[in-house]
Design a protein around this ligand. Structure first.
Ligand SMILES: Cc1cc2nc3c(=O)[nH]c(=O)nc-3n(C[C@H](O)[C@H](O)[C@H](O)COP(=O)(O)OP(=O)(O)OC[C@H]3O[C@@H](n4cnc5c(N)ncnc54)[C@H](O)[C@@H]3O)c2cc1C
Length: 401
């Protein structure tokens, strides 16, 4: 078998596995979960992750030594495409699988790897990301949450507040960036800690969103504790680990996200046909634009992935976040217009409320994982080599990528 035939055989294997397993009690999970729909069947989606794990379909890009499949980039793309095509639900474990796991593989101690990676692979331990604070979003180096070493117990004690912590209410662990050197500023004096959420010093408060769901939370630390073994990297060098983790934020999962977008675009076309809005020339033109935009996004992502086998971004990669977030925000508006007047009314028909949800949640697309303004700075400075923007006096302006 040549490479193309092998890949086709692999595609058939994934599609068949999905047909055999995404059924019965899991049938209701088709096209559910993920950004904007995290409230959908969380317990059943965790069971589904364990079903995936039993089939060895979690962490497919991780090295086999850590429980992954060690798939090639081409095969990971095929996996994500077929998973999304079959309607595979959004992963509650994605922060562990795509962010923390790769960071631990690169920077964790042998005992951290042994302790934490198996739970991520098995879909039994879930993680959330404790980066943002009320005064530290784009300006992440302004983190004020404090961590101090208790000399008696040898534990780190954490005080402070995080915000917008997606899925904290479904997670057992949070990775936290905190300031461990009093008086330090900017990216100096930070620590990267793994902290158990289920303890008296942690309070998780849901933030109810305009969609009606509570996808993210405020997380308060009041004397929360974690073992000294749970520091990744060296105390004081947390910035390096925090930035390395953000580097994993981009990658192959984009392909799955785009297949998911394709499904949403199909729902928009269906809604337009049903509401008769497909007769309106401007709606037809916007649907055509959306389709072309999706293709452009897809080919640019493939081009980027083909160039960056070592995990580094090619120059083309810098536009992906900016491009998809604007495309999806516009799809949200199109979805509502395609629904016609019924778009303004909530009725108990999920295919309609789903599109309303897409509209409401996609308002946040140009903020999450780096706002549009910050992305444009990154494109200008890093991809186009333009002069750096003017920074304020204090050295706290490394921005979110
Ligand atoms: C759906 C969603 C899920 C999220 N999940 C998580 C999570 O799980 N964990 C987590 O830690 N965080 C999470 N976040 C937070 C997210 O990372 C921040 O919202 C984002 O980094 C922006 O920070 P901010 O909201 O503090 O806005 P700010 O940084 O305060 O920005 C306010 C405005 O100022 C502009 N601005 C800021 N700096 C510059 C600059 N240098 N140049 C030009 N303009 C600038 C911004 O573009 C924006 O328009 C989530 C956010 C969303 C929307």
């Amino acid at each position: 078998m040549n490479l193309a035939e092998q890949d086709e055989a692999f595609r058939t294997e994934v599609a068949q596995w999905m047909r055999d397993h995404l059924r019965g009690k899991f049938e209701c999970l088709r096209h559910r979960g993920g950004a904007g729909d995290e409230d959908a069947f969380p317990a059943l989606r965790k069971e589904w992750e364990q079903e995936l794990a039993a089939g060895k379909w979690t962490c497919v890009g991780w090295p086999q030594a850590y429980g992954g499949r060690g798939l090639s980039v081409a095969q990971q793309i095929i996996f994500h495409e077929e998973y999304a095509r079959a309607g595979g639900p959004g992963h509650i474990g994605h922060l562990g699988e795509t962010l923390l796991g790769p960071t631990l593989i690169a920077y964790g101690t042998p005992s951290q790897k042994a302790r934490f990676l198996p739970g991520i692979v098995a879909g039994t331990e879930y993680w959330c990301q404790g980066y943002s604070e009320p005064g530290a979003g784009s300006d992440l180096a302004n983190v004020q949450t404090r961590a101090r070493l208790d000399q008696t117990t040898g534990e780190w004690v954490i005080d402070g507040q995080k915000v917008w912590t997606s899925l904290a209410h479904e997670s057992q662990w949070i990775f936290v960036v905190a300031r461990c050197e009093p008086g330090s500023q900017g990216h100096k004096g930070l620590i990267f800690l793994l902290v158990p959420l289920d303890q008296p010093g942690v309070e998780v408060r849901p933030i109810r969103q305009i969609t009606g769901s509570c996808e993210f939370n405020e997380v308060f630390f009041d004397g929360a504790r974690t073992s000294a073994e749970n520091v990744v990297g060296e105390p004081g060098e947390g910035w390096k680990i925090a930035m390395a983790l953000l580097g994993f934020e981009r990658g192959l999962s984009w392909i799955g996200m785009q297949m998911h977008f394709e499904h949403q675009l199909q729902l928009v076309c269906k809604a337009a046909r049903e509401a008769g809005t497909d007769k309106i020339p401007s709606i037809r033109a916007r649907i055509a634009d959306a389709w072309m935009g999706l293709k452009v996004m897809h080919y640019n992502t493939l081009r980027t992935l083909a160039g960056g086998q070592d995990g580094s971004l090619t120059r083309e990669g810098y536009i992906i976040k900016y491009y998809w977030s604007n495309w999806h925000r516009d799809l949200g508006k199109l979805a509502l217009d395609a629904l016609g007047p019924e778009g303004d009314i909530f009725i108990d028909d999920f295919s309609r409320t789903r599109l309303q949800q897409v509209f409401l949640f996609s308002r946040s697309d140009t903020i999450v994982a780096g706002t549009n303004e910050v992305q444009l700075n990154i494109i200008a400075e890093r991809a186009l080599g333009m002069p750096k923007e003017m920074r304020p006096q204090k050295p706290t302006t490394e921005t979110r990528v």
